[in-house]
Design a protein around this ligand. Structure first.
Ligand SMILES: [Zn+2]
Length: 304
């Protein structure tokens, strides 16, 4: 009888063994942006899902049980890193009990490791001040050069885990870069209009976008990343807008528009609500290319 149970357990172990070579790689990403680029590189060789939606504040995603189930069978867990997911990721990974995607596992993919990170903190970090970017600025996908780095990282990881399909991953990654090169040519006029223009941003999420397009962020609505604006801070922002002639307040759909309205009433500055991620405005920005094009053209129109 015991021997029979052993055989049954062995059979079960074989059934639930790590993926068979013919199966698609199962990829779960934290954000829609990583999802979209993973899909572009993986094509029909992978299945992919994402945890957060593009219209949600990525710093605060609710850890739902259905996410644990997705992670339980994942071959790859790709996340932005730099503490963006610190509020919910440990709980989900704990619940998933999947060694492939735990730190040290073959499918644990911290995408920030291939990114030149902005705003790395100097000296002591004090999270009690409310700074949600204690490890550096995690909003790097809004620079197309980082979009390319993300695509190359996915190519390397998918090839490592699924070498049979290496030529497909390579061809898809090349196609993604070619498409991005062509898209960039299309928004050169917008880039020229944006370069050097003074703007205000709500959160430091627009730092990489600014690094790419040359807009001059003269103030942030938040005194520190993740800290809501105080009256005294707003007073300073209003003075800065008056002094610099800043053209627009750039903010995500999920921040408090009423506060931006206060600054606008005092100064006449425009409020520009831009999606920070794929799907950030339902229907308008369904993929990485449309996201970049939309944000670039909306900003160019606002500052021209
Ligand atoms: Zn942030």
């Amino acid at each position: 009888m015991i021997r029979r149970i052993h055989i049954l357990l062995l059979a079960a172990a074989l059934v639930y063994a790590p993926r068979v070579a013919s199966a698609q790689l199962r990829v779960v990403t934290s954000t829609t942006d990583l999802y979209d680029i993973a899909k572009a590189v993986g094509g029909n060789k992978i299945t992919a899902t994402h945890i957060g939606e593009g219209y949600q504040d990525p710093h605060f995603i609710e850890a739902k049980p259905s996410f644990v189930l997705q992670l339980r069978s994942a071959d790859v867990w790709a996340f932005v890193g730099l503490d963006l997911e610190i509020g919910w990721m440990p709980l989900l990974l704990e619940g998933a009990r999947n060694t492939r995607i735990r730190q040290g596992g073959s499918g644990y993919l911290d995408v920030s490791t291939v990114i030149p990170v902005l705003d790395r903190p100097q000296g002591n970090i004090d999270r009690s001040m409310g700074d949600v970017h204690a490890g550096g600025n995690p909003h790097y996908w809004l620079d197309p050069q980082n979009g390319r780095r993300i695509a190359r990282l996915f190519k390397t990881k998918f090839t490592q885990l699924d070498p049979t399909n290496s030529s497909a991953y390579d061809a898809n990654a090349r196609a993604f870069e070619a498409r991005l090169n062509a898209a960039e040519k299309g928004w050169q006029a917008d880039l020229a209009a944006i370069k050097g223009k003074p703007v205000v941003a709500w959160h430091t999420s627009w730092r990489y976008f600014a690094e790419y397009n040359g807009m001059n962020i003269v103030a942030f609505m938040e005194p520190k990343p993740g800290v809501p604006p105080s009256p005294s801070h707003l007073y300073g922002v209003i003075q800065t807008v008056k002094r610099t002639g800043a053209k627009a307040i750039i903010m995500e759909p999920f921040y408090d528009r009423k506060v931006a309205d206060l600054v606008s009433k005092q100064t006449g500055i425009k409020i520009l609500i831009l999606p920070p991620s794929v799907g950030g405005i339902p229907g308008a920005v369904p993929d990485y290319f449309s996201l970049m094009r939309y944000d670039m053209s909306q900003l160019a129109n606002a500052v021209r």
